[in-house]
Design a protein around this ligand. Structure first.
Ligand SMILES: [Zn+2]
Length: 125
């Protein structure tokens, strides 16, 4: 008869590249992003903030489903720097992010940023 109790567990991890994770993140359409911003009633005029946000090098602007803030973070950089840390936390509000299914790409910020980068590249203001 065994006097000790033993416990065995098996954990399977799926190793994904940043590219694989990026391809699985949901893109939230501009209309839904505008709805998100309008329901939060930010006191800074949206068009001014978007113009300034577009001046960053944000290629894929993202938030988590739990975020309530205006700002986005750059998804590619986030995944590269967070790949070895656990749990993931939002770099803006510090909320927990339970995997890529809790992230979304903000199409409004992403397109605004790309337009600003293109204008800068061609010398327009
Ligand atoms: Zn957040």
């Amino acid at each position: 008869m065994l006097s000790d109790r033993y416990f065995t567990s098996l954990c399977l991890f799926k190793v994904q590249t940043v590219r694989q994770i990026l391809s699985s993140v949901t893109v939230r359409p501009k209309s839904e992003c505008m709805q998100f911003l309008s329901t939060r009633k930010f006191d800074i005029p949206t068009h001014v903030y978007l113009r300034n946000a577009g001046k960053t090098d944000t290629n894929l602007a993202a938030r988590s489903n739990r975020c309530e803030h205006f700002e986005c973070f750059e998804l590619g950089s986030f995944l590269l720097t967070s790949s070895t840390s656990s749990p993931w936390k939002c770099p803006v509000c510090d909320c927990l992010i339970n995997g890529e299914s809790c992230l979304y790409i903000d199409q409004l910020f992403t397109e605004t940023s790309l337009e600003a980068q293109q204008k800068t590249a061609f010398g327009a203001q």
